[in-house]
Design a binder for this molecule. Structure first.
Ligand SMILES: C[S@@+](CC[C@H](N)C(=O)[O-])C[C@H]1O[C@@H](n2cnc3c(N)ncnc32)[C@H](O)[C@@H]1O
Length: 389
């Protein structure tokens, strides 16, 4: 029997083909938005296990609870910096709720007074993920609420996201004979096809002017205008506090570097990756790397100060990754389990094949001055501390 999750959802394919016929082709962004977020047939809409071993991809929070426990430490310091005010943690795009669970478990266990003070708000577009989140977070019922983005207006606290922005639909562009062209999806003799056309919106030209760079001749690249808008909106709803954004990506100069000839678009299905978004419509994830320069620049224009930007391994080590790894290993009496634990945790910090280096962490602040954050403890300080122990 053919597994239907291996195939395109037929209703989605028909709908996309209809749009292509009536509009004479659709932008890649429009295509990707339908594949991921169509209200009935999108990849994130339907009932499906997407994250973790039984899903399509791993996220750091699905690797080990230590990821969330270390973020919890950073949230506690942020809360102390803001003083005696109600502290909201707003998480957007929380997947199946594991990051929220690990943060809340760690707070209840290690920082009970802070746990009693905070309110955890989830903003989630996918009805299926909202349901999964409420199941995962059942034991923290009185601390968690779901809300619309707009309901966060005036919030004081920390706006948190992990792998939200890479899941936003992107425009794809190519520079051909000195002209910026956009990828449109059309119908060809053998299925969906691509055509390069004049960009669907002048905002794409403006975006590259604003960034002060442009893709190299012949190179393909993604433009995530939604992420830039999102950053401005987040700055708008935050009255005072921090924005903590974790995702895979690069500063613009590296994202649009000459050697990155085909861009960064990737698809994930049952832990296999491919660069073909035109198969398994609605049944595979489609992602692109995030431009952290655009995020910082947009944030600064809206009153956010960039306080910290580094690879995920530095962030986690600053918050005590090494010490926690040693503590957890010491608790494990079975040497095989201790070894397995070490290998699992290494995924969070390893540069090659792990999540340590391509994943970046950006912390911005609004009306908080320029505090030294706990995560910014340097590798030098960590090694000095372990020598003295
Ligand atoms: C790759 S998953 C994130 C995984 C999760 N943060 C974790 O740590 O496992 C992307 C999540 O973002 C959600 N999402 C995408 N666009 C969104 C939006 N505009 N508002 C709220 N949630 C969104 C998706 O439904 C999904 O839950």
């Amino acid at each position: 029997m053919i597994d239907s999750s291996e195939q395109s959802k037929p209703e989605l394919e028909t709908l996309i083909r209809d749009q292509i016929r009536t509009q004479g082709g659709i932008s890649f962004r429009q295509f990707m938005a339908q594949c991921l977020y169509h209200p009935q047939y999108g990849y994130y809409t339907g009932e499906r296990c997407r994250i973790g071993k039984g899903g399509d991809f791993f996220t750091s929070s699905s690797v080990h609870a230590l990821f969330g426990a270390l973020i919890a430490r950073q949230l506690v310091q942020m809360c102390e910096l803001l003083g005696d005010v109600p502290f909201i943690v707003a998480e957007q795009g929380g997947g199946e709720g594991h990051l929220a669970l690990d943060i809340l478990d760690a707070l209840r266990r290690d920082f009970p007074a802070f746990y009693e003070r905070i309110e955890y708000r989830m903003v989630e577009i996918s009805p299926d993920n909202r349901r999964r989140q409420s199941e995962t977070l059942g034991s923290h019922g009185d601390r968690v609420r779901w809300c619309a983005f707009e309901d966060l207006a005036g919030m004081v606290g920390c706006f948190l996201s992990n792998e939200l922005l890479d899941a936003m639909p992107v425009h794809q562009v190519e520079k051909q004979q000195g002209e910026l062209r956009e990828v449109f999806v059309t119908e060809g003799p053998e299925g969906l096809a691509e055509e390069l056309r004049r960009p669907s919106t002048h905002v794409i030209f403006e975006h590259f002017n604003w960034l002060g760079l442009s893709p190299l001749e012949g190179n393909r690249a993604e433009v995530n205008l939604d992420a830039v808008r999102w950053m401005r909106d987040v700055a708008g709803v935050l009255a005072r506090g921090f924005v903590l954004t974790i995702d895979y990506g690069y500063p613009a100069a590296e994202l649009y570097a000459p050697f990155r000839r085909g861009g960064t678009l990737m698809c994930y299905h049952r832990h296999s990756s491919s660069d073909n978004p035109y198969e398994r419509l609605g049944s595979q994830d489609i992602t692109a790397h995030v431009d952290f320069t655009a995020l910082q620049k947009a944030g600064e224009e809206e009153g956010l100060v960039s306080l910290y930007f580094a690879e995920q391994y530095r962030f986690l080590m600053g918050l005590g990754f090494v010490e926690e790894l040693m503590r957890l290993q010491a608790l494990e009496t079975d040497p095989q389990k201790a070894q397995a634990l070490r290998l699992t945790l290494k995924n969070l910090i390893l540069p090659e094949g792990g999540m340590g280096e391509t994943f970046k962490v950006l912390v911005q602040g609004k009306a908080v001055g320029t505090p030294t954050l706990a995560c910014s403890r340097t590798l030098d300080e960590i090694s000095r501390m372990s020598t003295f122990r």
